[in-house]
Design a protein around this ligand. Structure first.
Ligand SMILES: *Cc1c(COP(=O)(O)O)cnc(C)c1O
Length: 456
């Protein structure tokens, strides 16, 4: 097979910023060993997140100029609405300024004390919005999904048997919604199979529970189905996406992911009564129903991006670049999560830096090492992010100590990715030299964003 090339050529470029090892040591110290505090112009390759960091196409930029900024009835809204309808088959489309705004509206209406939302795995903002309403979120991830180093084709699946049991235990009347996250972001960007979506939907239908899709990475998930699920190899991605959505009563979406937009999101659904309530809240908190907190130009960019993301040359390059980096690291003996997910590579920091105890945050230490060695910024997904304290003040660690390297869409080329692999392999070869970190300052909630640390 020939090399899979970037399916685009580059018309507009922006600089990346080179620093010396000495400079990076000083920058890390000034940032108190927390890369969230590093200024973006001190980062060479930024893999902090794939959210809102995509490169837009020439057509999207042209759409930006065509944006209609009318308060009501903007032509850009109708373009956006028809694009979302084409992709999802949902008759009702409500724009929001991000995915979490769609979540806030939905769970304000459906949530509340004594309610339970079931999912394969809820994303952090989804869970936070559910809990903020007083309700509880419950993850029912399949068994394969719980083992980072054992490959399986659909590790994002929901445990269907557990879904049935939970519904019996809690009572269908107390479950306002079941939410399937595709791909499963918190579970490593692992895909969900069509069969799993179909089965979860059937269980919900039989019990009269609405079934929604958190569709942030619907195109990546559709491509995985095409590649891995029997019966789908000959189907097109738009066709597969439409089938996926056909099993759902609605969806939430962050356009910062699989729509190549820098900002935006939406809610789409079939039920008119629910939509009326959502639109009322939208007008109070986001904006009028034809812009929902977005500028007309953003609606244009999303309308165009939603179609572009389903291009199979793009998706092949996208999924292949993640596999390529994962494979290079795996071949060099670096502990990585398997198989590669759709949007990020995950390093297992506990195995990478086994000499650093969990209460000295091996994930954060690895994040700092990658920055120091090569100006690469990733994010810790481990005990700094999810750790809690016991009554005696000792750390209750997270289940896994991971470092996520999220790949922005259409931004970096193969040589950038080769460089990333080289830096990681170099850090791995000298791993004994890295030390752990201790926290010097932290906030009670979401501490990883602002915490200050120092070498142990
Ligand atoms: C990013 C994301 C969200 C939230 O979207 P925002 O646009 O960041 O508010 C919700 N669910 C999943 C799976 C996500 O990846």
């Amino acid at each position: 097979m020939k090399t899979i090339i970037e399916p685009f050529r580059i018309k507009s470029v922006e600089p990346i910023y080179f620093t010396t090892l000495e400079e990076r040591k000083r920058i890390l110290e000034n940032a108190r060993y927390n890369p969230f505090r590093i200024h973006a112009d001190q980062v060479l390759i930024d893999l902090l997140t794939d959210s809102g960091t995509s490169a837009m196409s020439a057509r999207q930029w042209a759409g930006i100029m065509m944006g209609d900024e009318s308060y009501a009835g903007s032509t850009s809204f109708f373009h956006f609405e028809s694009s979302v309808k084409d992709v999802t088959g949902m008759p009702i489309v409500i724009p929001t300024h991000q995915g979490r705004a769609a979540e806030k509206i939905l769970f304000t209406i459906l949530g509340g004390k004594g309610k339970y939302f079931l999912s394969n795995t809820l994303f952090d903002t989804t869970r936070a919005n559910i809990e903020f309403s007083g309700a509880e979120g419950i993850d029912l991830l399949c068994e394969e999904g719980k083992h980072p180093s054992i490959p399986a084709p659909f590790k994002g699946n929901m445990d269907i048997e557990a879904l049935g049991q939970k519904i019996n235990e809690l009572g269908a009347a107390n479950i306002p919604m079941v939410i399937m996250t595709v791909t499963n972001n918190s579970g490593g960007g692992q895909p969900v199979s069509m069969q799993n979506i179909r089965e979860a939907s059937a269980v919900c239908k039989a019990q009269g529970i609405p079934f929604f899709i958190d569709a942030c990475r619907f195109a990546e998930n559709s491509y995985f189905i095409k590649r891995r699920e029997p019966g789908y190899a000959g189907k097109t991605v738009p066709h597969i996406a439409l089938e996926m959505f056909s099993y759902a009563d609605g969806c939430t979406m962050s356009a910062k992911k699989d729509a190549f937009a820098n900002i935006g999101g939406f809610l789409a659904m079939r039920n008119l009564d629910l939509a009326l309530q959502c639109r009322n809240l939208l007008i109070i908190t986001e904006g009028f129903t034809t812009y929902g907190g977005l500028a007309g130009r953003d609606l244009e960019a999303i309308a165009i991006g939603l179609k572009e993301v389903m291009d199979e040359h793009y998706l092949e390059y996208r999924i292949r670049s993640i596999e390529y980096l994962t494979g290079k690291l795996y071949d060099a003996g670096v502990p990585v999560m398997l198989p590669a997910g759709g949007h990020a590579v995950y390093l297992d920091a506990k195995e990478f830096l086994p000499h650093i105890p969990v209460d000295q945050y091996p994930g954060q230490s690895l994040v700092c090492a990658l920055y120091e060695a090569g100006g690469i910024r990733g994010v810790e997904i481990g005990s700094l992010m999810f750790g809690k304290y016991a009554a005696d003040g000792s750390l209750l660690p997270a289940a896994l100590e991971l470092v996520r390297l999220a790949i922005p869409r259409r931004v970096y080329t193969q040589s950038h990715i080769d460089y990333v692999a080289e830096v990681i392999i170099e850090v791995f070869s000298q791993r004994e030299q890295y030390r752990g970190l201790v926290i010097t300052e932290e906030t009670p909630l979401l501490r990883h964003f602002t915490a200050a640390l120092k070498p142990a």
